[in-house]
Write a protein that binds this ligand. Structure first.
Ligand code: AMP
Length: 187
C-alpha cells in the first residue's frame, strides 16, 4: 500500500511516518531527509540545494522527482511507501501518479494531518531547539508556510478529486494521532 502523509511544516508527518515504518514495515520516503543527507555528504546536489532549503523555499520539481524515482524499487520490495513531504506541488503529484501507474501501485490514501497554525509554530520552535535545523528559524518557517499555502495546498483539491483525501486531526499526543491514522488506514 502506498500512502501520502500530507500537511503543513510541523504537522508531525516525519514522526508519524517513522511510526508507520515500525508498525507496517513500509519504507518512509522523505525528500527532506534525502536532501539533508545529500548536504551532509557534501554532494554536488547537496551544495546546490543548501541555500534554497535554508531560506525555506522549495527546490525544483525535477530534483525531488528524481530522488523519489530512485527509491521506488526499495518501496516496492517492502510492500509499501509512506511519502512524507512529497509531493509538494501539483506537477510533483502528477509525476508520482505516472511513476506509480507504471508499477501498478497507485496511491491508496492521502492522510492529511490537520493542525492549527499556533500549534505549528510551537512545534517548529521546539524542533529548532532539539535538532538545530537551519530552516526552523522564525523567518524560514514563515517562508515555508507561505510555500505550503501557495504551492502545496492546491494538492488538497487535487487528491480530493481522486477521492483519496482523508482528514486526520493532528492535534494531541503522538499516540493519539497514530491511533487516528491507523483507524483511517484500516477503514
Ligand atoms: P521537509 O523536511 O520535508 O520540511 O523539507 C525541508 C526542505 O527541503 C523544504 O523546505 C524544501 O526546501 C526541501 N524539500 C523537501 N521536499 C521537497 C519537495 N517535495 N519539493 C520541493 N522542495 C522540497
Amino acid at each position: 500500500m502506498n500512502i501520502v502523509l500530507f500537511g503543513p511544516p510541523g504537522a508531525g508527518k516525519g514522526t508519524q511516518a517513522k511510526r508507520l515504518v515500525e508498525s507496517r514495515g513500509w519504507v518512509q520516503l522523505s525528500t527532506g531527509d534525502m536532501l539533508r543527507d545529500a548536504r551532509k555528504a557534501g554532494t554536488e546536489l547537496g551544495n546546490r540545494v543548501a541555500g534554497i532549503m535554508d531560506r525555506g523555499e522549495l527546490v525544483s520539481d525535477e530534483i525531488v522527482i528524481a530522488l523519489i524515482e530512485e527509491r521506488l524499487p526499495e518501496a516496492e520490495a517492502a510492500g509499501g511507501a509512506i511519502f512524507d513531504g512529497f509531493p509538494r506541488t501539483v506537477p510533483q503529484a502528477e509525476a508520482l501518479d505516472r511513476l506509480l501507474a507504471g508499477r501498478g501501485a497507485p496511491i491508496a490514501k492521502v492522510i492529511r494531518l490537520v493542525v492549527d497554525q499556533d500549534e505549528l509554530v510551537a512545534r517548529v520552535e521546539k524542533r529548532a531547539a532539539q535538532e538545530g535545523r537551519a530552516d526552523d528559524t522564525v523567518e524560514a518557517f514563515k517562508v515555508r508556510l507561505t510555500a505550503y499555502n501557495n504551492q502545496t495546498a492546491p494538492l488538497i483539491p487535487f487528491y480530493d478529486g481522486q477521492n483519496k483525501l482523508v482528514d486526520v486531526d493532528g492535534m494531541g499526543s503522538m499516540d493519539e494521532v497514530s491511533a487516528r491514522i491507523k483507524a483511517a488506514l484500516d477503514a
